[in-house]
Design a protein around this ligand. Sequence first.
Ligand code: NAI
Ligand code: MG
Length: 361
Amino acid sequence: MEYSIAVIPGDGIGPEIIREAKKVLDKVGKVCGHSFRYTELLMGGASIDVHGVPLTEETLAAAKKCDAVLLGAVGGNVGVSNWYSLPPELRPEAGLLKIRKGLELFANLRPALLFDDLRKACPLKEEIIGEGFDLMVVRELTGGLYFGERKTVIENGLRKAYDMLTYDEEEIRRITQVGFETARKRRKKLCSVDKANVIDSSRLWRQVVKEVAKDYPDVELSDMLVDNCAMQLVKDPGQFDVILTENMFGDILSDEASMITGSIGMLPSASLGKTKLGLYEPSHGSAPDIAGQNKANPMATILSAAMMLRYSFDLEAEALKVEDAVRSVLSKGYRTVDITSPGSTLVGTDEMGDLIAEEIR
Ligand code: NAI
Ligand code: MG
C-alpha cells in the first residue's frame, strides 16, 4: 500500500529528529512492502521566516489532503530572536494550535512507558517504580484555556490579561469516550483529573464523565484533583493506567510523567479526531538549547511514527516492529545524552536513527 504523509520538520531540533523518523519509516516500508510518500511542509519558525506567519492556509490545506501528519517541533524561531514579545497569533506555537484545530484533532494520546533498560535513567527510587511504569495520558486538545477568548486591557491604569477556560458538554463527552475506549484496551482503569473543587468547567467535566461511564461498566473510574495527581505521579506512579484530563492539565501532567520514563525525549504522542487523519509528534518542544548539535533523542519522534502506523494506517504489526527496535537498541546500551548512564554507549541523533532502522527486519 502507498500512504501519503505530510512531514512538518518545524524548527529547532525538529528537522534533526524528523530525518531519523523518516529513516525508520523507509526501512519499515522496505521490509514490509509499503511505500510512504512524503510532502514536506513549513510550520513554526521555519514558516515565519518564509511567509511571516507560523502556518499558512495553503499548508493546512495540503496537510488535510494527506493520510497523516508527522511533526517535529516548533518554538525556537530562527528569524525572530525575541519571539515572546510577538503577539500570540504570530508565535511559532500558534501554528501548532491552528493545525490541531484545523484538523479537528481533539484527542491527544501521550503514552508514558518506562522501558526496562531505562530504569536507571528514571529519577524515582527503585521501590517507587516497583514493577514498572506504563501510563496513557488522554488529553483534550482543542478546548480549554489554549483556545478560549483572550485579551489584554488597561483597567484602572493597570495592565490586565484574560484567558477564558470553557468546555461544553459535547467537547467533554467525546474525549471521555476516547478515554474509556483507551482504558478498555489496557488495564481498564480510568482516572479523570480535574479541579472540580474550585472551577465550574471542572464540575461539568466530572458530571459528564460520570454520565459517559454508564456505557463502560467494565472500566473502573476514579476522580482526582489535579494538584493531588501531580503528587501521586511521583509518590505512587504505578496506581495509574489511563489519565483523562483537559488541555492544560494534560500538557503539564504528561511532561511530569515523561520524567519518570527517563527523558522528555522518550515521549511520543498521537493527536486524533473523528477520521483516520491523525497528527503525530514528540511531546517535547524545539529544544533550542541543543538544536543543531546532533544531541537530540529521536526516540520520541520515532515512537510517534509507530503510533501513526498503528492509528492512521492500521499497521499494528509494523508499529510493534518499530517499538521493538527501540527496545532492542536500548537493551544494547546505546543512549543519547539525555538518557545516558554509566556503562552505556553515547550516540548522536543520526547514529541512534541508524541503529533503530537497522533493527527493523
Ligand atoms: P523543550 O521540550 O523544547 O525542552 C525542555 C528541555 O528538554 C530542554 O533542556 C531540552 O534540551 C530537552 N529536550 C527536549 N527534547 C529533547 C530531545 N528530543 N532530546 C533530548 N533533550 C530534549 O521545552 P522548552 O524548552 O520549554 O520549550 C522550547 C520551545 O518549544 C518553546 O518555544 C515552546 O513553546 C516550544 N514547545 C513546542 C512544543 C511542540 O512543538 N509540540 C511542545 C512544547 C514546547
Ligand atoms: Mg508541553
